[in-house]
Ligand binder design. Sequence first.
Ligand SMILES: [Zn+2]
Length: 332
Amino acid sequence: MENQLNLLSENYGFKIEGKTAYGRIGGIFYNVIIVNFGTFAVITAFVSGDIDSAAVKEYLKKNKRRFKLGQWEIGEKSVSVQLGSATFVKADKIHEFVADFSGFLTGAGYRSGCAMCAKDENLGYTLQNGQILEICNSCHIAFESRMDEEKQTRAETGSYAKGVAGAVIGGILGIIPWALFGALGYIAAASGFLMAFLSLKGYRLFKGKIGKGMVPIIIAVLIVFTYAAIIVNQTIADYGAYPGDKSGVSIPALFVSELAAPFSSRDIIVGDYLLTPDTRAAWGQIAMGWFFAGLGSFFFLRDVFRISSGKDLEFKRIGKDGGRGPDAPLSQ
Ligand SMILES: [Zn+2]
């Protein structure tokens, strides 16, 4: 992956920041990242005028085969395209597409410029939320102070206690899909995702504080309520398995005794019935639930990490070169 970025830098004048290659090719500013073990490049072109999405779409459709284009996303001022195939995507191929696309864009009158005010002077490079943008000096300064204000606001508002309350309510609601769909395999992953989603939603709705403490709170809520969800499942299964008349069995009472079952091998007595819990089997279920819930909520938790550490408000000048990025020739 690095190799492809290095080639883009050596042969075509891109600059590199972290895992992103960026620069101007044929007058248009690009970000390029390599994903999926080197098989795809995600190429984003930034222009200052509003994009006529129909015309861009037509160009992409026409050239889909030629450049092996995958999905694309046309924004107001940017176009992102996947390029690649089942094999390693070559730097030459990336450049070939980029040069052609620049030809199309400049031919249609588009230019790159400051991502905020569209001016094409005093530009520098700013890292914002994972993207590298061309931004002019005055816009950078103005926006940087707005981001600082936002950081300040975050530091001063919300509380962890409210966040816990919201996350717990989300966690409780998150039990419902587990109870409805059972607890194993990918269903647990989907339920885990929903539980993570709901607890974060609850956290934010209740105005939980956005800060480092968010991560342990959300994770603790997920661990506890995943456990509870699996016990709910177990309760439903045991209730269903009772032979004969179930009228003497109280489901809440059964649930409460089952909650502690993984920690003790004492018999559970509900109504007329006696149940001997299998502690090892219970832990096996719970471990599996945690594992799949962890898988299901992985990307979600990654976002929680990003927000809690303020990465989403990142706004950093990474370089300047007199307003002109590297500008390689249009054709080789
Ligand atoms: Zn500007």
